[in-house]
Design a protein around this ligand. Structure first.
Ligand SMILES: [Zn+2]
Ligand SMILES: [Zn+2]
Length: 237
């Protein structure tokens, strides 16, 4: 059986070359462009690359889509005449809600900024949170320290002390200034008796702190000595 090859010829209508006889044997008298239905929107002939579409161009396609939406919309309105009204009410309500919320938020943040009771509570909450965090850090540090040998412990403590000293050297001026300001504010609000009492307590606290520092220094020196003894014992072994 001879192979049925597709055959090309110029279209009798437009003169363009086209496949008039397919391998199946089917024959078309005119080209696919001339065969195609005109654009549904504008009625023009569709270009070759759009013969499979119902419209001649993107523009006509958009018009068609919009028309379809409009028809759907009209159908929905006909089925449910209150649709528009309801949707409008819905949008309005949600907008009102947002607006109300915004007004409420603004009023709340304003009142908070001026509400001393709230501010005090918030400060308390924050310092509680901070204290809890600090406590957690302290416990972690303690656990780490407990797992160390005396030599490691001493080394860590020395390192921490160096770090603290460096920080202090860098921030000394600023911290003194801050402390002075706080001190002034505190004293500013005191009566004379309160001030006298306060100064007495401060002196007392100062003595306690100095004693603590002395004790710590002695302890450090002792730990250093113990460490030397331990090292010596280790080397003598
Ligand atoms: Zn043609
Ligand atoms: Zn068109």
């Amino acid at each position: 059986m001879a192979k049925r090859t597709p055959i090309f010829r110029p279209c009798p209508n437009c003169g363009e070359e086209y496949k008039y006889k397919l391998s199946s044997g089917k024959i078309y008298e005119i080209c696919e462009v001339c065969r195609a239905d005109p654009c549904e929107v504008c009625g023009e002939k569709k270009p070759k690359e759009r013969v499979r579409f119902k419209t001649c161009s993107e523009a006509c396609q958009t018009i068609k889509k919009r028309a379809r939406w409009n028809i759907e919309y009209i159908n929905r309105i006909q089925a449910d005449p209150d649709l528009n009204k309801r949707q409008y009410e819905k949008t309005k309500k949600s907008e009102e809600k947002v607006q109300k919320r915004r007004v409420y938020d603004r009023a709340r943040s304003l009142s908070r900024r001026t509400n001393t009771e709230y501010l005090t509570k918030e400060r308390e909450r924050q310092s509680k949170r901070y204290a809890e965090q600090k406590e957690d850090i302290r416990i972690q540090r303690e656990e780490r320290l407990n797992a160390m040998t005396p030599a490691e412990k001493l080394e860590l403590e020395n390192r921490d002390r160096t770090k603290r000293a460096e920080w202090w050297a860098k921030n000394k001026e600023r911290m003194y200034e801050l402390r002075k300001q706080k001190e002034q504010e505190k004293r500013h609000n005191m009566s004379e008796e309160q001030l006298a009492e306060y100064l007495k307590n401060r002196r007392e606290q100062g003595r306690i702190n100095a004693a603590k520092r002395r004790q710590q220094r002695r302890l450090r020196e002792m730990m250093g000595d113990i460490n030397k003894v331990l090292e010596k014992a280790q080397n003598d072994k």
